[in-house]
Design a protein around this ligand. Structure first.
Ligand SMILES: [Zn+2]
Length: 294
């Protein structure tokens, strides 16, 4: 009975709020779009309430393979700004369409000015592939610091009236990044951890920031072969790996198998978490804890 009453009293609220949401999206000219939720966190720190932020990939969507729906493409076409992560292959496939349907939309690459990691070239049958650029710049404090600078510049260009407001938000955000970086640095250095394993290698910049070695299980976007599994297990054992990171958007089986064999901790995390700052701290904390428990 109670449940029924609750349902009927909540329903109008839900309907009402979804209506107002729709109105805001349709009538407010200041809409911007980002690719993933962690970018929404960063942009909102600087933009405050001056823009409505539209996000293309949902929290559980895979940032390597996601395809936006037709409705999402329509929503996005109303944006004044698009903030690319930069170097994510999915962005390339839909951005040209978006730019065509909305020629006034300004596109900014938030990785611009950041020192990127290029993958090692690898042999594929009889030919050699050039290494790709690691796109996971948002999973590092140093990457987000650069993103924040691009975002500040973009917002001030598109909306110069509020430039002082963006400038002040940007300064406070940089101060919060400094303290987050200090906390992570302390956690990592006091734990003595030097390397970790991960299924999909999304923590390359995080590893670079804190002098860690990231060892990927995934090979060319696929599960490793049995021979590669044997090599990875031996390597994990040699390096005394204490943590293996996995994410629900990617496969887990090979990671679980290696963790089981070398008695490492499996750490589940979401690379697309909306709560970016806390996510970064948790990654560091769980990595540090895994070492102290090993
Ligand atoms: Zn990725």
């Amino acid at each position: 009975m109670l449940r029924k009453i609750l349902f009927f009293s909540i329903l109008p609220v839900i309907l009402f709020s979804s209506c107002t949401q729709q109105t805001i999206t349709n009538n407010n000219s200041k809409v911007l779009t980002v690719t993933i939720l962690p970018q929404k966190y960063v942009v909102s720190q600087i933009a405050g309430d001056k823009f409505h932020i539209n996000v293309l990939i949902p929290e559980e969507g895979n940032h390597e393979t996601y395809e936006p729906t037709a409705q999402q493409m329509i929503e996005t076409s109303k944006s004044a700004i698009y903030f690319k992560v930069g170097h994510l292959s999915v962005e390339e496939s839909w951005l040209s369409k978006l730019a065509e349907s909305n020629p006034k939309m300004k596109i900014y690459n938030t990785a611009e000015g950041f020192e990127l990691i290029e993958g090692a070239p690898h042999v594929h049958g009889d030919h050699v592939h050039a290494g790709g650029i690691d796109p996971h710049t948002w999973l590092s404090v140093s990457g987000v610091r650069v993103q924040a600078g691009v975002i500040l510049k973009a917002l001030s260009e598109v909306d110069p009236e509020n430039a002082a407001y963006y400038q002040s938000n940007h300064a406070s955000f940089l101060a919060s990044l400094d303290s987050l970086d200090t906390r992570i640095r302390k956690l990592i250095s006091s734990s003595g951890v030097t390397s970790f394993m991960i299924y999909h290698p999304s923590l390359g910049y995080f590893a670079r920031d804190y002098q860690l070695e990231q060892i990927a299980i995934e090979q060319d976007g696929k599960e490793p072969s049995p021979a590669a599994m044997k090599e990875l297990t031996d390597l994990a054992s040699d390096k005394k790996i204490s943590a293996i990171f996995i994410s629900s958007q990617f496969s887990k089986q090979s990671a679980l198998t290696i963790a089981d064999q070398i008695n490492a901790k499996v750490v589940e995390f979401n690379p697309s978490s909306a709560d970016w700052s806390n996510n970064m701290l948790q990654i560091a904390r769980k990595l540090a804890d895994s070492k102290s428990q090993k």
